[in-house]
Write a protein that binds this ligand. Structure first.
Ligand SMILES: *[C@@H]1O[C@H](CO)[C@@H](O)[C@H](O)[C@H]1NC(C)=O
Ligand SMILES: *[C@@H]1O[C@H](CO)[C@@H](O)[C@H](O)[C@H]1NC(C)=O
Length: 562
């Protein structure tokens, strides 16, 4: 309720009609609503030409069918005063003009006067909306020109004090359009002027202001809360178009290789992303899998550097609205030292003659290591207590050859161990052992166990008696070491020695051929040759001396000279 300032009571109309016997008069006043109790409505005594005494004597009173609720008569002063505050809007609503009609009745003589009090509007009501706020949900895909009906405001005041217009702020996305209706009211529409973008602004708050034409002006507001609904207007975006990753070969199944990430500015299913692989090249198929929700790429099979050194996977990120982005993932396989050097014997002698020349090649070897870099660099060696060396010919090829004299009689076989190891950390190695036999050459003559022999035989022996045995040994092997004994030709007392003794070729047993007589021969000597079965044979000889021992086989004889 706003009352006050320059309100003035104005007598707008004064009509006085005289009729027969009684005075009929009518007076009108115009007052603003909301005057304080006791305020002056009008000086009726003066306006009707009555004095105060007459009012008293005539017991002047107000007659009103509606009761005398608003105005009272002050007989002492002859004035009409406000009895109760008048609210024009309560009294008349939208009816104009708004007026109170009543009569003032007097007795002695009986007469009445009609009074009309017009109640004028004061701008004491602001425009107001039913609700303090209104909510809209509008898709960001709504097109320009889309209309949204807003509630009207109501202003109880009338005329210029009533509702005049509206304004909408801010004006960035929407403009206000008012349509005048036949009944004088206005339909209020909010029209989309500039498309909404949920990703930029999800919630908008506008204020609709209703203004009246009063002085001062009064306003009412209603908040318009807009929630922008998502439309799938954003595709997923992968953070990179090409990703690079690496994985060690032999990594266990389930190893996380890397994670791709896409973002989607939309919300809900429009922004939910599913990752998948697409058109993956054959060599990567079955080796990698992607978690559709997290974008994590894991190993599903075994990667072997020796089979494939890199992979390319095409990844697709799709939102549930069907928009897609794609990228490539390049995966390098890192070599792990998982291959031992592989030793291949290309060619090999099983036997070598002990007289082989220095530098004779006995084995050719090829070495491969499937790993790369340091992991595939190989060094080889052989045991060093043997008369062989290993030499690299070209990369990965080695030859084994003799580097000093061989002697079957010292070592008849060699076990040559070839050991190879790579430079990986830790290093892997492998080895092979080759067995090499040394074949015999007749390079040793038989050797008698003594440098000379002496033997005794008692005279008168039986012929064929074995006297003793000579023995020679040969360091060579088999045939080369088979010794035969031969009696060398010589003569004893003019007869061949073979008429005295014989030698058994196999056993070296020396037999007496005849019975010997000390009185004829006291001793004799000969040579025995030991010869091996080699080709050509080798031999040596030894001197054997036979001493004949006397027996008392002759009677004493008289000394012819005595
Ligand atoms: C060589 O190896 C074989 C088989 O292991 C073994 O019987 C032989 O005694 C070895 N020879 C040498 C000279 O070590
Ligand atoms: C017997 O051996 C000696 C050396 O031990 C040799 O000089 C001689 O020629 C050999 N004699 C025969 C007949 O082989």
């Amino acid at each position: 309720m706003r009352i006050g300032h320059t309100m003035k009571v104005q007598v707008l109309l004064f009509v006085s009609v005289l009729s027969l016997g009684s005075v009929h008069s009518q007076v009108s006043y115009s007052i603003p609503e909301e005057m304080l109790k006791g305020s002056l409505v009008g000086n009726m005594a003066k306006d009707f030409g009555l004095d105060v005494e007459r009012l008293k004597s005539g017991k002047a009173r107000i007659f009103s069918r509606d009761g005398d609720k608003y105005v009272e008569l002050n007989k002492e002063r002859g004035v009409l005063l406000i009895k109760n505050r008048i609210d024009r809007e309560a009294l008349c609503a939208e009816t104009t003009p708004c007026a109170l009609h009543f009569q003032i009745i007097l007795e002695n003589p009986m007469e009445f006067y009609s009074v009309t009090v017009e109640v004028t509007d004061v701008n004491d009501n602001p425009p107001s909306f039913d609700k303090t706020d209104v909510k809209f949900k509008i898709s960001e895909s709504a097109v320009r020109g889309a209309k949204f009906i807003l509630d009207r405001a109501v202003d109880l005041d009338v005329g210029v004090n009533g509702l005049q217009t509206y304004k909408l702020e801010p004006t960035e996305n929407f403009v206000l359009r008012l349509h005048s209706q036949a009944d004088g009211t206005k339909n209020v529409e909010m029209v989309l002027e500039k498309a909404l973008d949920r990703e930029k602004q999800e919630h908008l708050s506008l204020v609709l202001t209703a203004l009246d034409g009063g002085e001062p002006q009064m306003t009412g507001t209603m908040q318009i809360l807009i929630t922008v609904l998502d439309a799938n207007d954003n595709a997923p975006i992968l953070t990179q178009s090409i990703y690079k990753a690496s994985v060690r070969e032999n990594s266990p199944v389930g190893t996380v290789v890397m994670t791709v990430t896409a973002t989607d500015a939309d919300e809900g299913s429009n922004g939910k992303i599913a990752y998948s692989t697409s058109s993956t090249l054959d060599n990567a198929r079955g080796l990698f899998e992607i978690n559709p929700e997290s974008g994590e790429i894991r190993l599903k099979g075994n990667v072997d550097y020796e089979k494939a050194r890199s992979f390319q996977i095409n990844i697709r990120a799709s939102d549930y609205g069907g928009l897609v982005d794609s990228c490539k993932v390049m995966i390098d396989v890192i070599d792990v030292n998982d291959n031992k050097p592989d030793i291949q014997i290309m060619s090999k002698s099983n036997v070598i003659s002990e007289d082989a020349k220095l530098g004779t090649v006995v084995t050719m070897i090829n070495i491969e290591d499937a790993d790369s870099g340091e992991n595939g660099k190989v060094h080889c060696s052989i045991n060093n207590d043997i008369p062989f060396v290993m030499k690299a010919t070209t990369e990965n090829f080695y030859t084994l050859m003799t580097d000093s004299e061989l002697d079957r009689e010292r070592a008849y076989e060699y076990n040559i161990t070839v050991s190879c190891s790579d430079e990986g950390v830790p290093s892997l190695s492998s080895s092979v052992t080759l067995s090499l036999q040394i074949s015999d050459v007749n390079d040793n003559a038989p050797v008698f166990d003594r440098s000379s022999y002496e033997a005794y035989i008692v005279e008168n022996n039986t012929p064929g008696l074995s006297i003793f045995t000579v023995k020679a040994t040969d360091a060579d092997w088999k045939q080369n070491a088979r010794v035969s004994y031969i009696l060398e030709d010589s003569s004893v007392n003019g007869v061949p020695v073979s008429s005295y003794v014989s030698v058994s070729a196999d056993s070296g047993i020396i037999h007496a051929v005849r019975s010997l007589d000390y009185e004829q021969i006291k001793d004799f000597q000969f040579r025995v040759k030991a010869q091996d079965g080699g080709s050509p044979p080798l031999s040596s000889n030894v001197t054997v001396k036979i001493l004949i021992q006397d027996q008392n086989d002759n009677p004493p004889q008289p000394d012819k000279e005595s």
